[in-house]
Design a protein around this ligand. Structure first.
Ligand code: PNS
Length: 162
């Protein structure tokens, strides 16, 4: 049984992430998507539980996918779920440098390999950071995120969290 582990901050989960998960389901028997903290990034918009809920709704159509949201090391999750490989999406060369470094560190720590799925060009400009910014100022991001995430962003910024 092959198990892919797809980690990320997913703050919030968007259509580029969804594409990577959907394509991974075609290559692995099951896929675990893990929302984790990225200590390199500033304060999160959604807490881990909120992210898990949105992701579960957004991927309800994918029966081989499960979701975890934990504040721990990725390699601990890889061990826990018995991952065959870590899978990440690559949008552009600019993603590669930090992804390569994390892949090498994770392999040194655990022996687990990282595999990359290149995102389609229609998704390559989508970034959670930009979605947060556009949504914060009232822009429409519904073309870039699954409906549950769109609803959560609207609610968040209706509350006046500028
Ligand atoms: O979506 P991101 O922010 O590129 O994902 C980065 C993430 C969350 C996968 C990375 O920061 C991570 O693995 N965080 C968990 C803590 C950890 O294991 N850090 C060591 C990374 S080599």
């Amino acid at each position: 049984m092959t198990i892919a582990l797809i980690p990320g901050s997913f703050d919030p989960f968007h259509n580029g992430h969804l594409e990577v998960v959907e394509r991974a389901t075609l290559q692995f028997d099951s896929v675990v998507v893990a929302a984790l903290r990225n200590p390199q990034k500033s304060e999160a918009l959604f807490d881990l539980d909120q992210r898990r809920e949105m992701m579960a709704e957004s991927m309800a159509h994918l029966p081989t996918v499960s979701i975890v949201a934990v504040s721990t090391l990725l390699v601990e999750v890889a061990k826990e779920v018995n991952a065959s490989a870590i899978v990440k999406g690559l949008r552009a060369v600019s993603d590669f440098e930090s992804e390569l470094q994390m892949a090498q560190m994770n392999r040194q720590l655990s022996g687990v390999e990282t595999m990359f799925i290149p995102s389609s060009s229609s998704h390559s400009f989508i970034a959670s950071r930009l979605l947060r910014e556009v949504a914060r100022y009232g822009g429409d991001v519904s073309a870039f995120v699954p409906p549950p995430v769109d609803r959560a962003l609207r609610k968040k910024f209706e509350e006046g969290t500028l």
